[in-house]
Design a protein around this ligand. Structure first.
Ligand code: ADP
Ligand code: ADP
Length: 239
């Protein structure tokens, strides 16, 4: 059964339909790359899954559980803010702008969630965060603050932070679009590593070479709809 399912997911901004009855399944370990012209709804799609936007129709399921609701004696009720926060932690998200806490070190940016949310001791949380920063190649930058790091390094801290809640799925919203060209590859390298490790990922990107190389499946959006989906060779043609 899929990790993530969208069924008829619809999102409107006023009378503009940003997502028009989108159906999508993402399987365990699958890397889905979402491409399409600006304004086609790619960002809205991942923002809805992370519950940063409310939806106007359809359902989204994480491991079969309807997002935004809890089931009690067969009846669905909207989640409390606390329930929503818990559900959102099962979905990791990485933004175009890295959104790090400027007054926290890299280590603290990553260890905050394990410590506060998962009730780890400070020592355990730091060990976990150190291992995650190592995994993104920043084992020697633990005590640097965001302003002391390059954009590529900051984005790698953001990836480590997204991993810290041990999410079932990771969402990336144009993770390299804000970076200087020479820094793009170090971030894509981290994504490649996560894909190899079998993480379940949805990546919105304009990096077509990355999509061709790393995607198990490419989803092409236009005007709020998925107009084509398939393996890279089918979408881009054989190399
Ligand atoms: P993409 O990521 O493919 O560039 P978006 O998901 O950002 O597209 O946007 C899809 C459409 O929804 C666009 O027409 C955009 O202007 C509109 N939109 C996105 N966010 C908002 C918002 N907060 N309010 C109004 N319209 C929005
Ligand atoms: P992108 O295409 O990279 O997602 P945009 O410039 O379209 O970026 O959007 C940047 C931000 O502005 C997003 O948070 C989006 O939700 C919001 N936004 C986009 N279009 C509109 C709009 N028409 N009205 C209000 N907010 C919008």
């Amino acid at each position: 059964s899929p990790v993530l399912s969208l069924r008829g997911t619809t999102k409107r901004f006023g009378d503009h339909t940003a997502l028009d009855a989108v159906d999508l399944d993402v399987a365990e370990g699958e890397v889905v790359v979402v491409i399409g012209p600006s304004g086609s709804g790619k960002s809205t799609l991942v923002r809805c899954v992370h519950q940063l936007e409310s939806v106007d129709g359809g359902g989204m399921y994480l491991d079969g559980e309807l997002l935004g609701y809890s089931e009690h004696r067969g009846a669905l009720r909207p989640l409390t803010p606390r329930g929503t926060a818990a559900q959102r932690r099962r979905v990791g998200m990485v933004f175009q702008q890295f959104n790090l806490f400027p007054h926290f070190s890299a280590l603290r940016n990553v260890s905050e969630a394990p410590r506060r949310v998962h009730g780890r001791t400070a020592g355990e949380a730091e060990r976990e965060a150190t291992a995650l920063l190592d995994r993104v190649g920043l084992g020697d930058r633990l005590h640097h603050y965001p302003r002391q790091l390059s954009g590529g390094q900051q984005q790698r801290v953001a990836i480590a932070r997204a991993l810290a809640t041990r999410p079932r799925i990771l969402l990336f919203d144009e993770p390299t679009s804000a970076l200087d060209p020479e820094l793009v590859e170090e971030v894509l390298g981290v994504l490649r590593g996560l894909a190899r490790d079998g993480l379940t990922m949805v990546v919105v990107t304009h990096e077509m070479a990355f999509a061709r190389e790393v995607a198990d499946r490419v989803v092409f959006m236009e005007a709020g709809r998925i107009v084509e989906t398939g393996p890279p060779a089918q979408i881009f043609g054989s190399p």
